[in-house]
Structures are given as C-alpha cells and as structure tokens.
Design a binder for this molecule. Structure first.
Ligand SMILES: NC(=O)c1ccc[n+]([C@@H]2O[C@H](COP(=O)([O-])OP(=O)(O)OC[C@H]3O[C@@H](n4cnc5c(N)ncnc54)[C@H](OP(=O)(O)O)[C@@H]3O)[C@@H](O)[C@H]2O)c1
Length: 268
C-alpha cells in the first residue's frame, strides 16, 4: 500500500440508492458511523458530493459518488457493475418516487418509470450483487418497500391513485421474501423494510409521521435479528407471521379441483 492510501474498511462497502435525501441519506450517515465505505447513488450529484465530503471528514471512511438516474437502462448498468464489486457487503435499494395519480389519467411514461425505479432497478442490482456475496460468504441486501404493499385494498379507504406504486412495493415484498427462502442457510441476509408515512421530502415532511432515523434504526436492528419483513411502526410483530399463515392457508387450501362456487354460472 502506498503512503497516504487508506486501508479498505473491514465492514466492506455499502451501496445505497437514493442517498441525496430522506431515508437513504440516514442509512448513509448511520453506516458511515459504523465504519462502512459507501457508494452514494442518486441524480442530484451536488448533494451527494456534499454528503460524501462530510462523511469522509467525520469518519475514517471512503464515500464514492455515483450519479445515476435509476429509470435509465444505461445508468442502471453502471450501478449494477458497481454493485458486483468485490468489496460490496451491503446493498440498499431505497430510491423511490410516489407518482400518485388516478390510474386512468396518469402519464404512461411515469408508470414505466415507477416500475423501472421500484422493480427493475432493485431486482437487477440484487442480481448483480448476490453471487459475489454468496461466494465471499458475507453480505446483506435491504429493499425499501412500503406499508402500502399490504394496504392497497384495505377498507375503509382503499388508497386510490397508488395502484402502480403499491403494486411495485408488493413486488419488493414478495421478491424479498421468496429470495430469503433461497438464501436461507447461507450467511447472506435479505430484508424488506415497509415504512408507514415517513417525514421526508417524499411527502413534504408530513408532520406526525415517523422520522427517517427511526425507520433506519428498525431496519438495522431487524437485520441483526434476522428479520426478513421489517415494519418499523408495527408493535404487534406477530401480525407478519399471521399474514404468512393466512397465505399458507390459501395455498394449501387450493386443490386441483374447481372450487364449488365456480360450478354454477354467475349472473354476469
Ligand atoms: N416517505 C414516506 O412516507 C415513505 C413511506 C414508505 C416507503 N417509502 C419509500 O422509502 C424510499 C425512500 O423515500 P424517502 O421518503 O426517503 O424519499 P425522498 O426523501 O424523496 O428521497 C428519495 C430518494 O430517491 C432518489 N431518487 C428518486 N428518483 C430517482 C431516480 N430516478 N434515480 C435515482 N435516484 C432517485 C432521490 O434522489 P434524486 O432526486 O437526487 O435522484 C432521493 O435521494 C422510497 O423507496 C419510498 O418509496 C417512503
């Protein structure tokens, strides 16, 4: 090693998307405090540079800036290349936008961007990072979903104007839970975080919402405990197990024979 060169962090490198604001920025600060080197990803490069300078000065870490628009194929490729790096020990797919609008009126271009940002980018970054993590025998992947993944059709207010956002977040929940089954028995952990309303730029810093600091605390404590589905504001943690049991009941209750209610024609 040359004089003046820093040793790589023993924690390895955390690549976090959406670090120019909100929850992603808090993950970056928290992980810098824990001694992780960082790759900071978002579109607003000026904010990332300021954060990188601040974290490098305050902690003995290296913070790289990777300006990327995660709705673009080319930028996704660059991020995925970095996510496949040998130093990577933590991938946090956090970048997101709401894009709420009545579905019949919303610009189809925005819908495609939502799917790219919330589904394609996290899935492909996971695909890029996971083989190296498995080979090295260490690593974790965190996907930031939302409580809306579970509440799209819940009465009394079935959350209009969020069909694609809620659907994309449901993808992240199912994707992560299914992947958790696949990596069980390896040292690699996967987690999906489902925050409720959080006070960030996302919703104009909504008062009475959870702080992004609390969301990140829940995620990191939950990860250490091996929790796959982390719902930061949920006191009754057994609700997640109850949901899984209800799903298992549906699956096991489904037979290869047609259910009786479909054997007589309806009135439609
Ligand atoms: N706030 C809530 O109430 C809430 C609740 C549940 C779940 N969530 C989820 O939590 C995650 C973080 O949200 P937040 O509340 O922290 O929002 P935020 O404060 O608005 O931050 C969003 C981050 O995502 C980045 N981003 C957005 N579009 C991007 C793109 N095309 N390419 C790259 N980066 C992009 C933004 O950076 P640039 O604009 O600089 O690119 C920013 O750093 C999101 O996935 C969101 O869906 C939020």
């Amino acid at each position: 090693m040359k004089t003046g060169e820093r040793m790589a962090s023993t924690q390895g490198t955390a690549l976090i998307t959406g670090t120019s604001a909100g929850i992603g920025l808090v993950y970056a600060r928290r992980l810098a405090e824990r001694g992780y080197d960082l790759v900071l990803v978002a579109r607003r490069e000026d904010r990332l540079r300021t954060l990188a300078r601040e974290l490098e000065a305050a902690h003995s870490i290296r913070a790289e800036v990777l300006k990327a628009d995660l709705t673009s194929d080319e930028d996704m490729r660059r991020v995925n290349q970095r996510a496949a790096g040998e130093d990577l020990s933590l991938l946090i797919n956090n970048a997101g936008i709401g894009g709420y609008a009545p579905f019949a009126e919303v610009d189809p271009v925005l819908l495609e961007q939502l799917v790219r940002l919330h589904i394609l980018a996290p899935m492909l970054a996971t695909r890029a990072a996971l083989p190296g993590m498995l080979a090295r025998g260490r690593g974790a992947i965190i996907n930031v979903a939302s409580l809306l993944a579970f509440s799209g059709s819940v009465p009394p207010n079935p959350l209009p104007h969020r069909a694609t956002y809620a659907g994309a977040k449901s993808f992240l929940v199912t994707f992560t839970r299914t992947l958790a089954g696949e990596v069980r028995g390896t040292p690699v952990k996967v987690q999906v975080v489902c925050p409720g309303m959080t006070a960030t730029e996302f919703n104009g810093g909504y008062r009475g919402a959870m702080t992004p600091e609390d969301v990140v605390t829940a995620s990191l404590v939950g990860l250490e405990r091996g929790e796959t589905v982390c719902v930061p504001g949920l006191e009754a943690a057994d609700a997640v197990a109850a949901l899984e049991q209800a799903e298992a009941g549906m699956r096991q209750g489904s037979k290869p024979t047609l259910a009786a209610r479909y054997r007589t024609p309806g009135n439609a």
